[in-house]
Design a protein around this ligand. Structure first.
Ligand code: MTE
Length: 318
């Protein structure tokens, strides 16, 4: 995601400046072994970390690919409440208190209320979901998330037939989130939304961890959404409210630049962003000389999700 300061900035100047400027550091780290895939969590079968000994691997995980090094995933983040660059949130987000996390469930459901995350987790079998994560900025990572299908949570809330959309709201804490204090172009709190059928799709995950460990604060602790067939900005972090609505709400990035960030935001190489192509993606730190990867429709998850959009013109509903 890119904050525009000037509509004419060429995409080449705004995509991945950190990775570009840090290429020496990354090569050094790779040579030193600190970014080698072996330094990260296990991806096959049960994870070997002790935090959640009973995690099972989700059947939709991709396992033929090399995970993105955990250090890169933790240190190259988009968290605009804290920073407009990709590195500063690593430190700044540590101020966020993620204990006793509460989520408000509201709207068109039989069981509205404030729920403790700990109580929700007691009802869920945690799983590991190894998904490709494709940012609208044309880079991708492969991340082993720990979480549970959002559908399993939604079932317990008993949605009414009038619930057509699900809106997610991030935490609003201007005292510790510096960018919420300035009059930025983005509306705070950060919000996102899905159609109800997208929300209950088995690939849609609420994550509380990654690489077999608790979710780092900069990656969205205590609870974040992960929707692998959509651009990364739909995967909202630090969720404190889930609301069931009759109509589609206006969401942060769509409100900011509707021509650039559609409501659907389905990964689609045939629909360029107005300022750059979505045809291919940089695979972050998979190897310095690794060629760009050709972006796949729905980020490679078409067999699972294409039917959700069978009657829709994807050029129009981008
Ligand atoms: N959620 C909140 N609350 N604030 C954000 O700035 N950034 C989004 C998404 N969720 C964002 C957010 C964008 S643009 C992306 S690409 C992903 O988070 C990045 O997730 P990561 O930093 O864990 O890689």
């Amino acid at each position: 995601m890119i904050i525009k300061t000037n509509k004419t900035i060429p995409a080449s100047e705004i995509t991945d400046p950190l990775i570009f400027s840090q290429r020496r550091k990354i090569i050094k780290a790779l040579l030193a072994g600190t970014l080698l895939p072996s330094a990260i969590g296990n991806v096959s079968g049960k994870t070997n970390k002790s935090k959640w000994p009973d995690i099972i691997k989700n059947e939709n995980s991709i396992d033929s690919e090399i995970l993105t090094p955990v250090n890169l995933v933790k240190n190259y983040t988009n968290y605009y409440e804290f920073s407009f660059n990709k590195e500063d949130s690593t430190e700044l987000a540590q101020n966020l208190k993620t204990d006793n996390w509460t989520i408000e469930m509201a709207g068109e459901i039989e069981k509205p209320g404030h729920y403790q995350l700990e109580d929700i987790l007691k009802q869920q079998q945690l799983q590991e979901f190894v998904y490709r994560f494709r940012c609208v900025e044309a880079w991708s990572m492969v991340i082993p998330w720990v979480g549970f299908p959002l559908a399993d949570l939604i079932k317990t809330l008993k949605p009414l037939s009038t619930a057509k959309f699900v809106k997610f709201t991030s935490i609003y804490q201007p005292d510790i989130m510096p960018k919420q204090r300035i009059n930025a172009m983005l509306e705070w709190p950060y919000t996102e939304a899905l159609r109800i059928d997208e929300a209950v799709h088995p690939l849609t995950v609420m994550a509380v961890g990654m690489y077999g460990d608790v979710l780092p604060k900069q990656n969205g602790a205590a609870l974040r959404l992960v929707v692998p067939w959509k651009y990364g900005f739909k995967s909202i972090k630090a969720v404190v409210k889930i609301e069931f609505l009759k109509k589609a709400p206006l969401t942060t990035w769509h409100a900011y630049a509707p021509m650039e960030y559609g409501f659907y935001a389905n990964v689609n190489p045939a629909v360029p962003h107005p300022r750059w192509s979505q045809f291919s993606e940089r695979q972050l730190a998979s190897g310095y000389f690794t060629p760009r990867r050709q972006t796949e429709l729905f980020n490679g998850y078409a067999e699972h999700v294409a039917s959700l959009y069978s009657n829709m013109d994807l050029q129009h509903f981008y």
